[in-house]
Design a binder for this molecule. Structure first.
Ligand SMILES: [Zn+2]
Length: 123
């Protein structure tokens, strides 16, 4: 949802939509601020964690990051990793999700969805 907000250019007092001049200083230069509400977009984010009582470290982790430390010959420009770990219900089919994308070719080299309790780390 986009909400416009109106401000006086001179004293920066917030005005209502229908005010043509500022009641505070009389200035009639009004600027509009576009305000985005309800949507949060994170570009290039690294990690988001939800913490909760009774869970070690985190309940849910969403990770998206670029890594260079994989196989250098196979992935000269590194890989992008997208991973979701949901500890709330480790038996759910998608409680562990991981996708690895080759930065150079854009090819998906790994794409898994499995219950977290069945997941084994692959080194
Ligand atoms: Zn003003």
């Amino acid at each position: 949802m986009v909400l416009d907000r109106y401000f006086c250019q001179k004293c920066v007092k917030e005005l209502t939509k229908n005010q043509r001049s500022c009641p505070n200083c009389g200035c009639d230069n009004i600027f509009v601020k576009k305000n985005l509400k309800g949507v949060l977009t994170l570009k290039g984010f690294r990690r988001i964690r939800e913490k909760s009582a009774g869970f070690k470290k985190f309940v849910i982790e969403i990770l998206k990051e670029w890594q260079s430390n994989k196989d250098k010959k196979k992935y000269p420009k590194g890989v992008n990793i997208y991973r979701v770990i949901n500890k709330k219900d480790p038996t759910k089919d998608d409680s562990y999700q991981e996708r690895i994308v080759d930065e150079k070719t854009g090819k998906i080299c790994r794409d898994i969805k499995e219950p977290l309790n069945k997941h084994r780390k692959i080194s």
